[in-house]
Ligand binder design. Structure first.
Ligand code: ADP
Ligand code: MG
Length: 256
């Protein structure tokens, strides 16, 4: 049975999409069967996996509206070793169309039931807001992976997200938990980042992943080639860190 994780943080530009495509590629590299779901109408995770969002015949939009199954709409990200349920601007309209549907927060969960046996991991890239799209992700998931930069206001942002997750757990998905906080774009030379990192461990203990993703230009360059860094340049420091993170995830799900 697939384990399903949302990559979420209500802030934009914190590394959600980078984490999603590179964790997917890292997991594929160590032999896991992975489906990546792009829930962001910007379609960055789709493009970053080498799938052209403008040429999608079916997307997560069609799945949410019940017009296609996941199996029909998912495509292979050939170079990356995983499959993608893509998104494009059409998805922005789904927000409005979903409102009138029954069980509107549970549409993705229901659609995923049919492919649970086909994958080990389903990774969902969420948009930077608490929209009906994000709620569909959180309702479908076993847990949430929170990428974060170790900056001054980071702890506050994480507390907000943890509260949101508590509310979703109380009302919509009893199973949902924070799987872990992932420190990304980390620069060990910065005193402040080290301090915030120490505070994170004080507040969240074991919920902080051991793996740290360094700031690494190869990870930032890779999307323009339509590839995750892990595939674009496996020897880069950032890529190695994501493969390490994939191993940590495989270990962590044993305890779920
Ligand atoms: P989000 O999906 O949260 O909006 P992105 O994953 O798109 O964030 O990342 C925001 C920007 O930061 C992108 O330009 C991305 O290439 C860059 N970036 C993300 N992680 C790293 C990293 N570890 N090192 C360098 N650049 C990074
Ligand atoms: Mg993104």
């Amino acid at each position: 049975m697939a384990k399903i994780f949302c990559i979420a943080n209500q802030k934009g530009g914190v590394g959600k999409t980078t984490t999603c495509v590179n964790l997917a590629a890292g997991l594929a590299r160590i032999g896991q069967r992975v489906l990546l779901i792009d829930l962001d109408p910007q379609g960055n995770a789709t493009m970053g996996s080498g799938v052209n969002k403008r040429e999608l015949e079916l997307s997560v939009y069609d799945v949410l509206l019940g017009e296609a199954t996941v199996a029909e709409a998912a495509v292979a990200a050939e170079a990356c070793g995983y499959r993608v349920l893509g998104a494009n601007r059409e998805l922005a309209g789904a927000e409005v169309e979903l409102v009138s549907l029954e069980q509107r927060e549970q549409r993705l969960k229901q659609a995923l039931a049919a492919v649970a046996a086909d994958y080990d991991f389903v990774l969902i890239d969420c948009p930077p807001s608490l929209s009906l799209l994000t709620l569909n992700g959180l309702c479908a998931a076993n847990g949430v992976i929170v990428p974060m930069q170790c900056e001054y206001f980071a702890l506050e942002g994480v507390s907000d997200l943890v509260n949101t997750i508590k509310q979703v757990r109380a009302n919509l998905n009893r199973e949902l938990k924070v799987i872990g906080l992932l420190r990304v774009m980390f620069d060990a030379r910065t005193m402040l980042q080290k301090q915030v990192s120490d505070q994170l461990f004080e507040h969240f203990g074991d919920e902080v992943f051991q793996t740290v993703i360094p700031r690494n230009v190869r990870l930032a360059e890779a999307p323009s080639y339509g590839l995750p860094g892990v595939v674009f340049d496996p020897s880069a420091k950032g890529s190695k860190a994501f493969v390490e993170f994939a191993r940590e995830m495989v270990e962590r799900i044993q305890t779920l």
